[in-house]
Design a protein around this ligand. Structure first.
Ligand code: 7GP
Length: 837
């Protein structure tokens, strides 16, 4: 249509769509404009929250301009894109990040100040976008930041839950859950695309017909349908005009379907069906590293993958290419098994709707998909019962059975007469009822499978995917060590340290090339620099002490050693072992003379993290921590030598305060259980040392920082099975220090001991699955080494600097480049700043 416009119209559009200037006055105008029009407020009735809204809307205008420019240019270039399918994007707050990434923070600071507001207060008014549980969801968010920063053409696809991860409050020491209705006050960080609506079917039946060539055709006739509506979340890169997109789907009832019900005269049923449709994207499942197996969750997975694929295929079709070009235009990364149905859905579209042959379709599918595994825990492995699956997705079930049949035929051909092997590798588990093993389906339907740290990637090759490695060969199974974005996890969360680094290195290039941090290593001999470094750490500790005061009503000294364990509460992560060692420390201090106490290193032990609402043992750990804290914190015999706090409602924005303030953090999972960990990287990046086991990415952090700058203890992954066996069958006696701690709990030192009995039972000889007992002595010893090292403050400051200096490898920029080169085969496209839309 634009071609038909007269020249004046075209010129007028060009003139009026020039990008806004970014000077103080223009920004102030845009803020005031949003106050007086969008928000319909007056200057005299403004509070911090409405100031936040106005500033957010002004920021959003700039974000959307970039988004539009980027997407417009990319549509023309039409390069190969990567689509990152993740059920979780744990973004946290957006405003500070957007302003920093767009390079507008300084100007906005000044603009706001002159309008009578304070940037920090405004930032605090934003609620977190908490559409994730933990590591997997936050990793997706870090990767989106890196993809945008490195100018890769990439889209995220996820769900727009009405309720994010629950809010945690502590009542009488116990976790209680509250709904996180984060959309209460409108969300300025999304763009509703009400024009983009896709019909998604469920249930119904499959019609089988013969076509004119005698080929059997399958046609799925769904029994119900719902609408998927797109909401786009712009993701600005740092120091680039490029702005990528996360498309989140929201479920809505379909008009067509409503009408049928109405026509049948069944008003109530139609309203009920409409409500059921809305339910699909209502809530994020609050399980981390465990599978709940609920029907609604399976509906979420299909709804999301089908809508995303439809969108991807529609975009591909616009280019009028051959289907065989699809894998040259599209790479799809599966963030764990949650989106595995996308494999089946693409096969269905190609065979049933586009009429490709099975084999041609399957070749396209397997070249398109790649799969990331994030855990080896058996309770996290997704399985869906065949009867439930058949009821919801009858055609998809047929396709899965066919994929499995053809796959097993090939296995049989390669390794004849091995029923055991076929049973182990089958996508279908022969149980009552039969189960679909989503991890097997993901491996079979992908061209690459990766773990998330070197140790983990090797482990999956010898455990859960052993048979598949033998069948496909080694090349299909690769490692992609996780990373974190230095923009959010240093520049934004630790502005003083970021400024010092930039000043020391002479420029801020390190923010896009984290390996440049190694330049800091030369500064360890500079006493003045060390002093600045440690002063910043102390300032961050003061900031955290204020948060602790406010949230826990406990005063802690910023001069004590800050010891932090923040992550989801899980038995394998062993918060239980940590609090047991705290009890040991408490008992040791209590037994000391005044003279002995004088040489104790004061410590503040800080916990935070949510437990899945149905995870009874994890919730008891929270209760124990709070019971111990209540006794220790008011014991005058201990005073400031030991404080224990549990910070409620741990989330991304709380992490941004905690991470820069830690001296030591705990990454103490039983060896072989934590796939990678990513907070370990964030802490070390901020000059915090870690105490940890040889697990996940700790192993690679050790390689980078060297053994003098990390405290490693405990058994190794390859020893775990033997230790378990010995405990079970040879009755290894319990560690005496641990025995003392347990007796103290059982004597009622911390509330009624009956409460904690189920927890203590997990340590019974032969049942201690996570090896707390066998690692306890070395854990206590490692903690003593931490105390001794911390007392030598000058030496400690050198270690702290070296930690940051050696973290270059753990930038998510490095991870994303590896994915782009080794899996996706995509190239960056830098969007030119054309200055208009
Ligand atoms: C986590 C892993 O537990 C953690 O070690 C890793 O750093 C993170 O993924 C990112 O790779 N896994 C999950 O969050 C999870 O729920 C099961 O995995 C699907």
């Amino acid at each position: 249509e634009k071609a038909k416009w007269p020249k004046e119209t075209v010129d007028l559009w060009a003139k009026l769509s020039k990008k806004e200037a970014n000077d103080i006055e223009t920004i102030q105008r845009s803020i005031v404009h949003h106050v007086t029009t969008t928000l319909a407020r007056a200057a005299y009735n403004m509070d911090n929250f409405s100031a936040y809204q106005a500033v957010a809307l002004s920021t959003r205008d700039r974000l959307i301009s970039r988004w539009n420019e980027t997407q417009g240019q990319l549509s023309k270039i039409d390069p190969k894109r990567v689509y990152y399918l993740s059920l979780e994007f744990l973004l946290g707050r957006s405003m500070d990040n957007a302003l920093l990434n767009m390079g507008l923070k300084g100007t906005y600071d000044k603009s706001i100040e002159k309008l009578g507001f304070n940037m920090e207060d405004i930032i605090e008014s934003e609620v977190d976008a908490a559409l994730g549980n933990g590591g997997l969801g936050r990793l997706a968010a870090c990767y989106m930041d890196s993809l945008a920063t490195l100018d890769y053409p990439a889209w995220g696809y996820g769900l727009r839950y009405n309720y994010g991860i629950f809010q945690q409050r502590i009542v009488d020491g116990y976790q209680t859950e509250y709904p996180d209705y984060w959309l209460n006050f409108d969300n300025p960080w999304e763009l509703a695309r009400l024009d983009i609506s896709i019909q998604i079917g469920f249930g119904g039946h499959v019609q089988t017909t013969q076509d004119e060539y005698g080929v059997t055709r399958h046609n799925w006739v769904p029994g119900q349908s719902v609408q998927a509506i797109a909401y786009d979340v712009p993701i600005p890169g740092y120091d680039t005009e490029n702005c990528n997109n996360i498309r989140l789907w929201r479920s809505k009832p379909t008009r067509v379907f409503d009408l049928t019900s109405f026509n049948e005269g069944n008003y109530e049923k139609s309203v009920e069906d409409a409500t059921n449709a809305e339910k699909i994207t209502s809530v994020l499942y609050p399980n981390d590293n465990t599978m709940a197996g609920k029907e609604l969750r399976l509906k979420q997975q299909y709804f999301w993958t089908a809508a995303s694929l439809h969108d991807i295929v529609r975009r591909f079709k616009k280019s009028m290419r051959e289907w065989s070009d699809f894998p040259d235009q599209v790479a799809i990364q599966l963030n764990d098994t949650h989106p595995t149905l996308a494999i089946v859905e693409l096969q269905r579209l190609l065979v049933d709707e586009e009429m490709l042959s099975w084999d041609d379709a399957w070749e396209i599918v397997t070249k398109t998909f790649a799969f990331t595994n994030h855990t080896v825990l058996p309770e996290a492995m997704e399985k869906w019962s065949v009867p439930m699956f058949e009821y919801l997705l009858p055609r998809h079930l047929q396709i899965i059975f066919d994929i499995n049949l053809f796959f097993l035929q090939k296995v049989e051909k390669k390794v004849p007469n091995d029923r055991g092997l076929l049973n182990r590798m089958s996508i279908i588990e022969e149980a009552q009822p039969q189960q679909i093993r989503m991890a097997h389906l993901a491996v079979v339907g992908s061209h690459k499978v990766n773990g998330v740290a070197a140790l983990h990637s090797n482990l999956i090759k010898t455990t859960i995917f052993k048979d598949f490695v033998e069948y496909y060969g080694e090349e299909k199974f690769i490692n992609m060590t996780n990373g974190v974005t230095p923009r959010r996890w240093l520049h934004q969360s630790n502005p003083q340290l970021s400024a010092l680094i930039t000043q020391t290195l002479g420029n801020d290039k390190w923010l896009k090339d984290l390996s440049l941090l190694k330049g800091l290593a030369a500064k360890t001999g500079d006493a003045a620099f060390r002093k600045k470094w440690m002063t910043i750490k102390r300032n961050n500790k003061v900031r955290l002490a204020e948060l602790i005061k406010e949230r826990c009503q406990v005063e802690v000294s910023p001069d004590a050693l800050f010891d932090v364990q923040v992550k989801r509460i899980h038995e394998y992560k062993r918060q239980f072992m940590n609090i047991l060692s705290v009890i040991h420390r408490y008992r040791t201090i209590k037994s000391m003379t005044a003279a002995q106490k004088a040489s104790v290193q004061p410590r503040v032990v800080i916990f935070g993290g949510k437990a899945a609402p149905g995870y009874y043992i994890a919730k008891l750990v929270i209760k124990l921590i709070n019971s111990v804290a209540a006794v220790v914190n008011q014991d005058p015999a201990v005073g400031d030598l030991l404080k224990v706090v549990f910070i409620p409602d741990y989330n991304v924005s709380v992490a941004e305060v905690i991470v820069p303030a830690s001296d030591i953090s705990q990454h103490i999972s039983t060896a072989g259980t934590e796939a990678s960990g990513t907070s370990n990287m964030k802490f070390v990046l901020n000059g915090g040392l870690i105490i940890g086991t040889l697990d996940g990415a700790n192993v690679e952090i050790l390689e980078e920082v060297g053994e003098d700058n990390i405290f490693i203890f405990g058994c190794m992954a390859h020893e775990v099975e033997d230790i378990r066996h010995a405990q079970r069958y040879r009755g290894v006696p319990m560690d005496p220090a641990l025995q003392g701690v347990i007796s103290a709990i059982e004597k009622g030192t911390f509330e009624d001991p009956k409460i904690f009995q189920p927890l203590i039972s997990t340590l019974t000889v032969g049942k201690d699955f996570y090896l707390i007992s066998s690692d306890f002595a070395s854990y206590i010893a490692a903690n003593q080494q931490v105390d001794a090292a911390y007392k030598k403050q000058e030496e400690w400051s050198k270690k702290s600097i070296l930690c940051t200096a050696h973290m270059g490898k753990f930038s998510s920029d490095r991870s994303v480049k590896e994915y782009a080169d080794e899996i996706w085969n995509i190239k960056p496209y830098s969007v030119e700043d054309e200055g208009h839309l």
